[in-house]
Design a protein around this ligand. Structure first.
Ligand code: NDP
Length: 308
């Protein structure tokens, strides 16, 4: 799903994600009919952070749209770690719940790693559990973090076979950069992971047939860092002041990626925009993971959701 511009093809992640949610919905319907199993996702949020509340609401609505069960557990800011762990235990034991997501960030008095590690790896639809990181590293079936999974789906949709392509991933976080590298290695790309200590990053980026930016620095990757015809996937979500000085003075912001879009689009073959590129794929892949987790509990092979 993409539109042509002057040079690069703009990869429309929003449209792809919407189609994917519809496909998951159809697969869910088949699962309910064939096995009487309705995938269920439990989202846990602690505290009142407005951005987190919005994310959780969106997740709940999209889950219901795909015909799944959606439970949201809203806990007060002063919830103790023990209370949260008790809820996770309860959800781990609930056969109607196939996916558990704890919205981050958690309040400071709670050890986020202890909570994430308490989620059963088979219900860990965020794919953050160390067991799932290990499964991905050794090529076993597990649950893969949603954002890199979404990037991979876009890449396969756009490029088909990725084998032999040079991929450079800028960023080595556990939730984006590292799993992205593992996934592309699994597709037989030649993968390089760059980070803040990498020398001559522009030259390295220019070697990439696939360039993935997951840095968190607004428009850091410039047009002349991009190899002509490359596919650029911009994961970054950065808030910067509005272009309109009056609005900027009022504190209004806009969202940009880690790639200087206009410059890069003049050189790249294909590029994701921000917003409307990778972002919408993250929630869609959360549903993919919940559906996959539900299929595995009953030993059913999940449908190929990329198949037309
Ligand atoms: P992290 O802060 O965890 O990691 C950032 C990475 O970028 C680190 O590996 C860091 O290197 C590297 N880095 C920082 N500065 C430079 C530099 N100057 N040159 C090269 N590398 C650098 O971020 P995340 O991976 O969590 O997120 C990255 C971006 O993706 C953010 O903008 C985030 O908002 C966005 N995001 C978007 C999602 C979506 O749904 N679209 C989901 C998740 C994240 P080092 O390790 O050496 O410090």
């Amino acid at each position: 799903m993409a539109t042509e511009t002057g040079t690069a093809t703009i990869i429309d992640g929003k449209a792809f994600a919407s189609t994917l949610v519809t496909r998951v919905g159809a697969a869910v319907e088949r699962l309910v009919q064939s096995h009487n199993v309705k995938p269920g996702l439990a989202v846990v949020i602690v505290g009142e952070d407005p951005a987190s509340q919005l994310y959780v609401r969106n997740k709940g609505e999209t889950t219901l749209k795909a015909g799944m069960r959606s439970d949201t557990h809203r806990l007060p800011e002063d919830t103790t770690q023990e209370q949260l762990l008790a809820l996770i235990d309860q959800l781990n034991a609930d056969d109607g719940i196939h996916g558990i997501l704890v919205q981050l960030p958690l309040p400071q008095h709670i050890d986020a790693n202890a909570v994430l590690d308490a989620i059963s790896p088979d219900k860990d639809v965020d794919g953050f559990h160390v067991v799932n990181a290990g499964r991905l590293a050794v090529g076993q079936d597990g649950l893969v973090p949603c954002t890199p999974l979404g990037c991979l789906m876009l890449l396969k949709d756009q490029l088909g076979d990725l084998s032999g392509l040079n991929a450079v991933i800028v960023g080595r976080s556990n939730i984006v950069g590292k799993p992205m590298a593992q996934l592309l290695l699994g597709e037989s790309c030649t993968v390089t992971i760059a980070h803040s200590r990498t020398k001559d990053l522009p030259a390295l980026c220019r070697t990439a047939d696939i360039l993935v930016a997951a840095v968190g620095r607004p428009e850091m990757i410039k047009g002349d860092w991009v190899k002509p015809g490359a596919t650029v996937i911009d994961v970054g979500i950065n808030r910067v002041p509005s272009k309109d000085p009056v609005k900027a003075a009022e504190g209004k912001t806009r969202v940009v990626g880690d790639v200087a879009f206009d410059e890069a689009a003049a050189v790249a073959g294909k590029i994701t925009p921000v917003p409307g590129g990778v972002g919408p794929m993250t929630i869609a892949c959360l549903l993919v993971n919940t559906y996959t987790a539900a299929c595995r509990t009953i030993g059913v092979q999940p449908d190929d959701l990329l198949a037309r």
